[in-house]
Design a protein around this ligand. Structure first.
Ligand code: PBG
Length: 323
């Protein structure tokens, strides 16, 4: 045997493995998503996402407070409005559900960093991320509504706004509007390379945001494309994105790596609802060990190059001390 090189030496004990490990899942870079409802029960489990509830603003504050005690400082908020219409008016209403949620969280816990998802689909009667006319999703007229939504979130105290709609030019429109309203210091975390994906299935059930006709393929990216992801992130950075996101994460680890290598801003990855629910289902059936699945998946996402990860597993990771 060639006896000079024995890689197994560095694997012989947990202590040596830990010392030699190249990647660590950094709990301080995990972001916990929340679904906040304007009406309905104070707390309601989401059938397709075991362990995640839809909550009222009051219950949200309780959850964020309990999570903060565990050490979770970052939250991403999604709103589920009482009513939807053709102009997504709930998205940019002063007393909209996200606006109220942000104010409530920031008032009680200013140290929590609140990221808001800026999108219209939850607020549109047809469930698309933009204004629809003659069965088409219109790009430019949608920008104004997105910009209004972002400004309204920032005005409510959001620390970071995160546009997830995939309209062309939205980052520039949002940056202009934020600056024009005095929010020059509010960063934009852009869902830059967001793919049309079956992995969003549970989210659409959770948020009631499934498109009522067609699909999102005319605005979200095609999963066959990687070079195009470079184009999307570079465009968003040129338009003023401070952080760029790749989404989903698991089937797109190559995209995370590729983006990490070409940009000089932080890269966020979204470990989406379907990725969470698959793990939950496998664990429930006893097909695999949940803790090991979760830590391996998150390690893979960080190893691929993510600087931060949005994951529905965050609370459990902290509560169970999995890291
Ligand atoms: C809104 C939005 C979606 C997700 C985040 N923001 C759904 C979609 O694009 O259909 C998905 C998040 C997840 O699946 O966890 N546009």
């Amino acid at each position: 045997m060639y006896n000079d090189i024995r890689p197994r030496r560095l694997r012989a004990s947990a202590a040596v493995r830990n010392l030699a490990a190249e990647t660590a899942v950094d709990g301080r870079r995990l972001i916990m998503p929340h679904f906040v409802t304007e009406t309905g029960p104070e707390r309601e489990p989401i059938a397709t996402m075991p362990g995640i509830d839809r909550v009222s603003v009051n219950e949200l504050v309780r959850d964020v407070e309990a999570d903060l005690k565990l050490g979770i400082f970052y939250v991403l908020l999604f709103g589920i409005p009482a009513a939807k219409d053709e102009s997504a008016s709930g998205a940019y209403a002063d007393d909209g559900v996200v606006q109220r949620a942000v104010r409530a969280v920031k008032k009680r816990m200013p140290e929590v960093c609140v990221v808001t998802d800026v999108c219209l689909c939850e607020y549109m009667s047809h469930g698309h991320c933009g204004i629809v006319k003659d069965g088409r999703v219109l790009n430019d007229p949608t920008l104004e509504l997105l910009a209004r939504t972002a400004v309204s979130h920032a005005g409510s105290g959001a620390d970071i706004v995160a546009p997830s709609d995939m309209m062309d030019g939205r980052v520039a429109a949002i940056r202009d509007a934020l600056d024009g309203s005095g929010f020059i210091d509010t960063p934009i975390l852009s869902y830059a390379a967001k793919y049309a994906s079956a992995f969003y299935g549970p989210f659409r059930d959770a948020a009631g945001s499934a498109p009522q006709f067609g699909d999102r393929r005319s605005y979200q990216m095609d999963c066959r494309n990687a070079i195009e992801a470079e184009k999307e992130v570079m465009l968003d950075i040129d338009e003023g994105a401070d952080i760029v996101m790749v989404k989903p994460a698991l089937a797109y680890l190559d995209i995370i790596r590729r983006v990490r290598e070409i940009v000089n801003v932080p890269v966020c990855a979204y470990n989406v609802s379907g990725e969470y629910s698959m793990v939950k289902a496998a664990a429930k059936l006893g097909y695999a060990d949940e803790r090991m699945l979760v830590t391996e998946i998150l390690t893979g996402i960080f190893r691929a190059g993510a600087d931060m990860v949005i994951s529905y597993h965050t609370r459990e990771i902290f509560r169970e001390g999995w890291l």
